[in-house]
Design a protein around this ligand. Structure first.
Ligand SMILES: NC(=O)c1ccc[n+]([C@@H]2O[C@H](COP(=O)([O-])OP(=O)(O)OC[C@H]3O[C@@H](n4cnc5c(N)ncnc54)[C@H](O)[C@@H]3O)[C@@H](O)[C@H]2O)c1
Length: 466
């Protein structure tokens, strides 16, 4: 659970559960998986999004789907997640959904190796949800591929150059095995944005010449962290507050900004080739509390495409400032609002001029209520592909979007321009040997004698971020 969101709030929005989605007809698919029509699911990483994704999975129209195993490094998380899923299903209008929750106590695994036990409960062709902090994606993805599982993995999916390269190799391996791989970049499943992307592709905006994304907000989730309390290990502290630590999440930059960075690249039909970022941490202490995390609180990145056009991204996490959370773009023939609010909020709109005025409004997206939730849509599309035996693999663009985040963040953190290729070739792996981690291991990041963790030093440390 994030600091600013209750379980109820989460179940109402990020979970993607609405009465409309739960009421959808549940036509059973025809594809036979491992001798049964039931798709079995294991959840690895029992936090708020993991529980949400599990409920989305159990709610798909083309069931039956059953959640048969769960795993997390912490027992309390398995327990709270199981309770949250139970509550969401019990409260759903479709009372039959609760029968999909079949993770009996002996199939709820705790510890760093729990992911193996959870995946061992599945048959080839079943589905594993990877919803831990992103640092562990490559470890868990490797085992899922070995087991022949279809994978739903949450964004971001790599945090640095070496894990980006590793994930690209794994993506290729998963493609060769014809596994279905979904990545939680749900903008791509927003029906409004899909229609906008098609219109852009068809030339309605002409050439795209500039794009803008803004995620300017307060201190959400575990963006900032006070000193570690006694009695908790560094490792546990860093895992529970993963947005604060670059090795675990890629920082607030990757975790919060990736949706805009992804859908803006999608609209352009290209990824930026370089980034020039600036940023800083204005408040390292506030209201008497010192913060020891690694994030900057302000970032501004100029991304440049191969054709010379620009995407400007501003991100801020400071309480009390004016908030702004939307994305838009301008072309030679007009302009568009991509996300009206939040990560991918509809409606998307096209304008004949650049003023976003009602007089120049040309098109507003209209989406059927049953398809208005991108979190549910991504599961309908994923399970549909499994049922129909269609090729479906979002891993490559998910990795590239994550690398574009890394590139902007590294540029701000080092104080110099970073190219996409340089990011990919960067040899600083934040947390090597993660696959061997145990709860008794030293944390990948160690605090200094003053209890503070290393932070970026632009202009001083220029070939690595800390
Ligand atoms: N698509 C979206 O809009 C969206 C929204 C929220 C979160 N997310 C993503 O989902 C992921 C999880 O985020 P969250 O908000 O649910 O965080 P969370 O802290 O609520 O959940 C993460 C869980 O993973 C567990 N965990 C950590 N390391 C593990 C390991 N090695 N093995 C097993 N379990 C482990 C933690 O104990 C925790 O329970 C992140 O990548 C985040 O960016 C995506």
């Amino acid at each position: 659970m994030t600091e600013r969101r209750t379980r109820r709030e989460f179940l109402n929005d990020a979970t993607g559960i609405t009465a409309a989605t739960l009421l959808g007809a549940r036509a059973f698919g025809a594809v036979h998986i491992g001798g049964s029509d039931t798709i079995q699911v294991a959840l690895v990483g029992c936090g708020s999004r993991g529980a949400g994704a599990a409920v989305n999975a159990l709610s798909v129209k083309r069931g039956p789907v059953k959640l048969v195993a769960m795993s997390d490094v912490f027992e309390d998380k398995v327990k709270s997640s199981h309770e949250a899923i139970t509550e969401a299903l019990r409260e759903s209008p479709d009372k039959a959904l609760i029968s999909g929750l079949d993770a009996s106590p002996e199939k709820r695994f705790v510890g760093f190796d729990g992911y193996r036990h959870a995946m061992d409960c599945l048959r080839p062709g079943d589905v594993v949800i990877l919803a831990t902090p992103p640092a562990f994606r490559w470890v868990h993805f490797t085992y899922a591929i070995e087991k022949g599982l279809n994978v739903f993995m949450e964004k971001p999916i790599c945090v640095d150059g070496p894990t980006g390269k590793r994930m690209l190799e794994l993506a290729e391996r998963s493609r060769q095995k014809d596994l279905k791989v979904a990545v939680g970049l749900m903008s791509r499943h927003s029906r409004a944005m899909q229609e906008l992307a098609k219109r852009v592709q068809d030339g309605e905006l002409g050439e795209i010449i500039s794009q803008y994304g803004y995620r300017m907000q307060g201190s959400i989730a575990t963006f900032r962290s006070p000193p570690k309390p006694d009695g908790v290990t560094d490792l546990e502290y860093q895992l529970r507050r993963f947005h604060s630590f670059l090795w675990a999440s890629g920082g607030g930059f990757n975790d919060f900004f990736i949706h805009h960075i992804d859908h803006i690249g999608w609209m352009k039909g290209a990824w930026p080739v370089k980034a020039q970022g600036i940023g800083g941490r204005h408040y390292r202490s506030r209201d008497g509390v010192s913060y020891i995390d690694q994030n900057f609180d302000s970032y501004a990145v100029e991304y440049t495409y191969a054709d010379g056009t620009k995407f400007m991204f501003d991100g801020r996490n400071i309480d009390g400032c004016q908030e702004r959370f939307q994305s838009y773009m301008h072309g030679t023939k007009g302009s568009a609002i991509v996300s009206a609010y939040s990560d991918c909020g509809a409606p998307s709109r096209i304008y004949s001029r650049h003023d976003f005025s009602p007089q120049s409004l040309v098109w507003t997206s209209k989406v059927a209520p049953t398809e208005s939730n991108p979190y549910q849509n991504e599961w309908e599309d994923f399970v549909g592909a499994i049922r129909d035996g269609q090729a479906y693999n979002e891993a490559k663009y998910g990795i590239e979007a994550s690398l574009v985040c890394n590139m902007g963040r590294m540029s701000a953190h080092t104080g110099r321009e970073i190219t996409f290729q340089e990011m990919l070739d960067c040899r600083h792996e934040f947390a090597p040997d993660l696959e061997w981690l145990t709860l008794g291991s030293a944390a990948p990041l160690l605090a200094g004698a003053d209890g503070r963790y290393p932070v970026p030093q632009p202009g001083i440390l220029t070939d690595r971020e800390y």
